[in-house]
Design a protein around this ligand. Sequence first.
Ligand SMILES: [Fe+2]
Length: 269
Amino acid sequence: MIDLHSHILSALDDGASDVATSVEMARIAVADGITHMACTPHIFPGKYENSATTIMPALHSLQAMLDAQSIPLTLYCGADVHIAPDLVERLKSGEVPTLNRTRYFLLEPPHEILPPRLEDFASRLLEAGFVPVITHPERLSWAGRHFDVIQRLSDLGCPLQLTADSLTGAFGSAARQLCERILKEGRASFFASDAHGVSWRKPGLSGAYAMIAEQFGQEEADRMFRRRPAAILSNAEPAAVLPSSRETVGAAAGQGFTRRLIDRIFRNG
Ligand SMILES: [Fe+2]
């Protein structure tokens, strides 16, 4: 399986506290069946001032350590990016690393407050050629009250990333219910661990994989835990990343505009 959201790099944010923890997280991930992992430290202006300059050396150093210890986990760069007014410029300059330097990056909306015109912000990123993957919408405290915003972000063409532990219930019933609603509406693109350590919020996708396979079939589980994350890492076109059922749902709801928008933007991508 491929995990595109982790805080495995040490001492860059609230994830792994030291290198030993990073290595142990890698061991746990491999034991769970994860073969590829994106290292996505927070980039949060004023709180976690990360950039490619801090992330890339840490990634290369950890990969060398894993290789030396024969831990079969391939790392990719990325970041867990919070909204900022100059984000487009920082993405264009490469200061904010996208997932494996593709058009896709993780965008984490504020947890407690719904920012005004979030969809406009996402549209501007799409128009600039970047695809914001909305991280764990099911865990945002406002998402239940403003689910229409999540739906509109999804309709715009932003892939939605669910957290494996939300489905298994570790984040409580509200997160689990929203997770199930997003799945039921055919809006979920893929799952990730958002791992932060070795105890609570440790790496792991297999529990959620088994639940998805049981509920939606093996094929859909493979799409959510392997094929769509792989498509992101290879910079495939959004059609390979977005849930295909959205085309049907969007068309049925008269939301062809959004599909046209993303097709137009990435027609030659
Ligand atoms: Fe995260």
